[in-house]
Design a protein around this ligand. Structure first.
Ligand code: ADP
Ligand code: MG
Length: 493
């Protein structure tokens, strides 16, 4: 059984590996390959030649007995295909008896979806992304079907330090990740990164791996999701091959396990992870772990493992501030080589606050729309294209309502929302109300200021920043704001 495989495109001598080998039978691969070709043929008939050629034909696929992976050159393309064609393709895949999942995988650095001008003429423009470059892929576009191991753990080429935007909320995690990437012997071991979904944990881990790959190609780096770790371990148990499973970690210099919350409750896997972990740390090898919670808050984790996880440096990533979101959007728009008006970026930064992944998804959608129908990106167009995402925040919440709710919540008089009193007991709730007004209504900063006793727009900006800053440090304020937001949006708690 092949347990360890080098990524095909890594030059000889570079020991960078993706763990995820699987044995497979060539005839099964071929059966899936044939099934896949049928799907492509059916999609060609459905979509018509020109659409098919533009979107699907250029994409290389990898078929194994276990799955088919469609390799796309950019995340933009992945999102596009996901939104428009993937369901259909999956249905056909089942219909023709394809075995295993049909997956999309990004396999090359982002080729701007946009050598195309945003306000290009009103014809359908083929994104440049349609000409894939399979830089990190094991398949080349000229050999559209090849049989290879699953590359589930390939690194996303966009997840580098250069593309990570720093801010208050992630500065510790970023500094720690850089330190780990740059120094040759582990300073803090393990590095434990945690934070909510879509806040950049995986991005930072990949960034460490890219950095090491570039500057220390001799060091052996393994990046794996905890899920994969678990899966491989269970497989090894089933095939009575745990020795090989363990062997693959023996000579690793840097081990990264992503989303370690996945192994909570799995005693066997935890035990194995614990041993692997101890062995590596004892040999002075760097271990980096991510999770959605701190070690203390992870449920169903063995006490020994929990305490061991907290031994090194625990770095958390807080929710983003509007400023950081704006910087990230600017950076992503630039990467995509696309000019998006500042007003639109600001609008998104204020409106889409959950996580960076959603923010990016929204930006991608606007850019894709602009390119395809040749429309300029404007605030109006943005609202239209993102109507479904924005609906939640567009329940016509009024500033009056916000002031009333917030005053009730903090038990202050409604008139204090307009008054000049500066005592903290009234000033803080007033700032919270301004913050919510900015988030939940389409009113401009000066309009909001006027509603709060004729204050200046800079006062509103200050309030928004202040509340974000405090919320990033103070759980109870964060809970207050979240509760108020939900009440105002009429969402269940
Ligand atoms: P997590 O692993 O924490 O759920 P990811 O690392 O997958 O989140 O990040 C989700 C998306 O948001 C990725 O596309 C990532 O590039 C982007 N992202 C998150 N934080 C940042 C940041 N500070 N700068 C740039 N991109 C970011
Ligand atoms: Mg992740």
């Amino acid at each position: 059984m092949v347990v360890q495989q080098m990524v095909d495109n890594v030059p000889q001598g570079q020991k960078f590996m993706v763990v995820g080998g699987m044995e497979h039978r060539k005839d099964d691969d071929a059966a899936n390959g044939a099934a896949w070709q049928k799907v492509m043929q059916m999609m060609r008939e459905r979509l018509g030649e020109s659409v098919f050629q533009r979107w699907l034909a250029p994409l290389p696929a990898t078929a194994t007995a276990m799955q088919v992976t469609l390799n796309v050159p950019t995340r933009f393309m992945r999102d596009w295909i996901d939104q428009h064609y993937l369901d259909q393709m999956r249905a056909l895949w089942q219909q023709v008896g394809g075995r295993g999942p049909l997956e999309l995988s990004v396999t090359s650095s982002l080729r701007p979806a946009t050598d195309v001008e945003v306000d290009a003429p009103a014809s359908v423009v083929a994104p440049v992304a349609a000409a894939p470059v399979a830089a990190t892929s094991s398949v080349s576009p000229s050999a559209p079907m090849s049989f290879t191991h699953d590359g589930a753990a390939t690194l996303d080429p966009r997840f580098t330090f250069e593309h990570f935007v720093g801010g208050r909320s992630n500065e510790l995690a970023l500094a720690a990740a850089r330190r780990v990437a740059e120094q040759s012997s582990p300073g803090f071991n393990p590095l434990f990164l945690y934070g909510g979904v879509g806040l950049g944990k995986t991005h930072l881990m990949h960034a460490i791996a890219w950095h090491l790959r570039k500057h220390h190609p001799e060091r052996r780096v393994v990046y794996m999701s905890a899920e994969k770790f678990m899966y491989q371990f269970v497989r090894a148990l089933r095939f009575k091959d745990t020795v090989a499973f363990k062997d693959q970690f023996r000579s690793v210099d840097v081990l990264m396990i992503d989303d370690v919350q996945f192994i909570s409750g799995r005693e066997h896997t935890q035990e194995e992870f614990f041993h692997t972990f101890n062995a590596l740390v004892d040999q002075n090898r760097q271990v980096i772990v991510s999770a959605d919670k701190s070690p203390q808050d992870l449920d169903k984790i063995d006490e020994r493992l929990r305490s061991r996880l907290g031994w090194g440096l625990v770095a958390d990533i807080h929710p983003t501030s509007a400023d950081l979101r704006l910087n990230i959007l600017q950076s992503k728009a630039k990467q995509a080589n696309c000019v998006v008006p500042e007003k639109v970026l600001e609008f998104l930064a204020y409106k889409i606050t959950n996580n960076v992944r959603e923010l990016e998804g929204a930006l991608n959608r606007i850019v894709a729309h602009a390119q395809l129908v040749g429309r300029a990106i404007t605030p109006e167009m943005t609202q239209e294209v993102l109507a479904d995402i924005l609906r939640a925040s567009d329940r016509r919440i009024t500033i009056d309502e916000i002031q009333k709710r917030v005053a009730e919540h903090y038990n202050i008089r409604l008139t204090d929302m307009h008054s000049a009193r500066r005592a903290r007991v009234v000033a803080r709730p007033r700032q919270v109300a301004m913050y919510l007004a900015k988030q939940l209504t389409p009113r401009s900063l000066p309009e909001i200021g006027r509603k709060f006793g004729g204050r200046d727009h800079t006062t509103v900006i200050h309030a928004v920043r202040k509340v974000e800053e405090l919320a990033s440090q103070d759980q109870s304020l964060r809970d207050d704001v979240e509760l108020l937001r939900r009440m105002l949006q009429g969402q269940p708690n």
